[in-house]
Design a protein around this ligand. Structure first.
Ligand code: FAD
Length: 290
């Protein structure tokens, strides 16, 4: 089922997973996907190594998730991809009956010596897929606190509008710990005529170092309440984790109250913490039909 069709009716719940490294076993991820299936997610998204690394594993993970009844949305990036090359990459996904794709630019992997390929920006990939593989539900990335390379919020939103105009059916966002920043983002989108749904992506706050690293590398702010937790539990990972889980539940509740079209959790391939968080949320109310 196309995710856009569900988004027309109600808010979605979904998860992000990543394929294991080349020689890694799929078994732990299989266990995660089985456990998460209990929450009846609307889809599972599967990351893609920019430059096409691990493509085979991505298809394997899609197959495995589909076999458990999950709808899937593989990610796909521009980096190094050519128009001709895409035909051979995309075949195995289409053979699996995949209807949803998240189309991204990607970032040049460290040590990358190849070219960027035929596409410079995600919008070009969206236009290409819309023309060459019509009928798919195409999603695109968005950044409530602005992409780190954008000079201004206005420029950032202009290119989001372009992604919509070229065929994106919904946005999936970068993590954002600040609901007020998200609300300002929605105002900018509305002013720019962006009307497609926005699914908010969140990473459970579990590790102090991970939270700081992810926030800094993506230009995502750490609001005062989260900064206080980072400061208070600098040397106590266990207490940080407990406070981080409570922060995450509170954040999701504030997002739901603010009005989001969907909630997407970056699971880091683990189900225990995600389950604890979701068990504290009124998911039935959240996913009630409009
Ligand atoms: P773009 O839309 O191309 O935007 C990048 C920058 O260029 C922005 O500043 C934008 O404003 C600007 N821009 C956009 N269009 C134009 C244009 N036409 N002309 C000039 N400037 C323009 N990376 C991976 O490698 N694999 C993954 O699986 C993956 N999954 C992700 C999932 C989500 C939900 C998100 C938010 C990001 C993900 N990323 C992934 C990271 C992503 O590839 C990077 O954030 C990348 O830097 C930007 O990707 P994009 O698709 O937003 O690029």
């Amino acid at each position: 089922m196309k995710i856009s069709e569900t988004l027309e009716k109600r808010a979605t719940l979904s998860f992000e997973v990543f394929p294991p490294k080349d020689d890694g076993s799929l078994a732990p991820l299989e266990e995660t996907l089985r456990k998460l299936a209990g929450y009846k997610p609307d889809f599972v998204s599967i990351t893609y190594g920019a430059g096409g690394t691990n493509v085979g594993r991505s298809v394997d993970v899609c197959r495995m998730a589909l076999g458990m009844g999950h709808a899937v949305m593989p990610h796909f990036t521009c980096i190094g991809n050519t128009r001709d090359g895409i035909a051979s990459f995309i075949g195995p996904y289409l053979d699996l009956g995949i209807e949803n794709l998240l189309l991204l630019r990607g970032d040049l992997p460290e040590g990358w010596t190849g070219t960027r390929g035929d596409f410079t920006h995600a919008s070009e990939l969206i236009a290409f897929f819309e023309e060459s593989y019509p009928g798919l539900c195409l999603a695109a990335a968005a950044y409530p606190e602005v992409h780190i390379e954008s000079q201004t919020a206005e420029e950032d939103v202009r290119y989001l509008r372009l992604k919509q105009d070229l065929g994106a059916s919904f946005f999936l966002t970068q993590l954002c710990h600040d609901v007020t920043a998200y609300e300002r983002f929605r105002e900018r989108l509305a002013a720019a005529g962006v009307t497609i749904p926005v699914v908010i992506g969140l990473m459970p706050i579990l590790s102090r170092a991970g939270t700081i690293r992810m926030s800094l590398s993506n230009g995502v702010s750490i609001p005062a309440d989260l900064a206080a937790i980072c400061g208070r539990y600098e040397k106590d990972e266990e207490s940080f984790r407990k406070a981080g889980m409570e922060f995450t539940v509170g954040l999701i509740e504030r997002y739901i109250a603010a009005g989001i079209d969907g909630l997407h959790l970056y699971t880091l391939n683990r189900h225990e913490d995600v389950s604890t968080i979701l068990d504290s949320i009124d998911l039935i109310g959240f996913r009630k039909e409009k």
